[in-house]
Design a protein around this ligand. Structure first.
Ligand SMILES: NC(=O)c1ccc[n+]([C@@H]2O[C@H](COP(=O)([O-])OP(=O)(O)OC[C@H]3O[C@@H](n4cnc5c(N)ncnc54)[C@H](O)[C@@H]3O)[C@@H](O)[C@H]2O)c1
Length: 325
């Protein structure tokens, strides 16, 4: 296949690019490098099937290649990023999604939207299946992300119903792994960075809130299956194993051998208390389920963070480029 991936230099996007190239696809990575990093795609740049197309997908951009599928991943995704860039987050969920839908429509291509478990908000139903409509504060600080994704889902379904675009929606739950930015403010990257720097691990609230963490290789298999399918979704992609944030802190402490000191901060506004996907639909429609247990995935991720820190210590210029991208 020939696939255009918006957000292809980000955490998930760069893994998706790599996986598609591995199976022989041609990949066009469309990115403005706002939260993505050139370092994430550096090893792909010389591969014959890979093209990097720097652009902002909320603007008019030139893209004349023929594609069979479009994966729309562009969006700030960590709370730190979307709090810093609220208007850009709303723009990429709305205008950006429409531009990518138009691209798919013009080429009669499959369109996959990377939506999020955040559409369920602070869920009043647990665990969450795709029929649950969510519990979202439309004007709170998280709303720029949650509502942008809800709008992106509505827009995608409207293009499917009224224009016949082959749309598929996946709702991604917390995912972790190599290529996360150490300062992106997400729980696993923060814990690993703090543990390796011998700092106390920051826990919001008492740490009893739960999350379900999916290793990136598992998640990417799900994205590829959705690209290959004609299912409209929405389909939850996430690991149904639920862990408290405190348990994750203990695992990271054990793996890194750090002191395990904790620092408690107040819970952010509208922070969801529980999150766990029902993945029956993913199993039935895509034959997908996660395989990598949390501890194993955390070990791979810690190894990657350690290797990156060593590489950056040897070449500080590269560190500046990756850190600021
Ligand atoms: N990682 C997760 O746990 C998770 C969970 C749920 C949903 N998602 C969704 O998956 C997608 C990828 O998330 P991620 O974790 O890789 O985030 P990320 O921030 O690492 O990647 C997002 C990418 O989009 C690019 N981008 C942002 N705005 C753009 C624009 N206007 N034009 C072009 N490129 C733009 C960024 O530069 C970056 O490369 C996002 O849509 C996110 O909402 C991720």
């Amino acid at each position: 296949m020939r696939v255009a991936i918006s957000g292809g230099s980000g955490f998930l996007g760069s893994h998706l690019c790599e996986e598609l190239l591995r199976r022989g696809d041609t990949v066009y990575c469309l990115d403005n490098f706002s939260s993505g990093s050139k370092a994430n795609i550096a090893r792909l740049l010389d591969l014959p099937g890979f093209r990097c197309v720097p652009c902002d997908v909320t603007e008019r951009f030139r893209f004349s290649a023929t594609v069979d599928a479009v994966a729309h991943l562009a969006s700030p995704a960590s709370p730190a990023d979307y709090h810093r860039h609220p208007l850009e987050t709303l723009a990429v969920g709305s205008r950006g999604t429409e531009n990518m839908l138009r691209l798919a429509e013009s080429q009669e291509a499959r369109f996959v939207l990377a939506s999020t478990s955040e559409v369920y908000g602070d869920p009043a139903v647990h665990p969450q299946n795709e029929d649950y409509w969510g519990h979202v504060n439309p004007i709170g600080p998280r709303s720029v992300y949650d509502e942008a994704k809800r709008f992106a889902e509505a827009l995608s379904m409207a293009y499917r119903r009224s224009r016949g675009v082959d749309v598929g929606i996946v709702r991604i739950f917390n995912t972790y792994g190599p290529h996360m930015r150490p300062h992106d403010g997400r729980v696993i990257s923060s814990f690993i960075r703090q543990a390796l720097d011998e700092e106390p691990l920051t826990i919001f609230g008492d740490g009893s809130q739960t999350r379900s963490f999916c290793y990136v290789d598992d998640l990417v298999r799900g994205l590829v299956a959705m690209l290959d399918s004609a299912d409209p979704g929405p389909i939850n992609l996430g690991n149904p194993e639920e862990h408290t944030v405190r348990e994750v802190a203990e695992l990271v402490t054990g793996i890194t051998g750090s002191r395990g000191e904790l620092r408690h901060l107040p819970l952010p506004v509208d922070d969801p208390v529980r999150r766990r996907p029902v993945i029956t639909r993913a199993r039935e429609a895509l034959g997908w389920q996660p395989r990598v247990p949390l501890e194993e995935g955390l070990r791979h991720t810690v190894d990657w963070f350690v290797a990156e820190a060593r590489a950056h210590a040897r070449n500080p210029e590269e560190a500046v480029a990756a850190g600021s991208a």
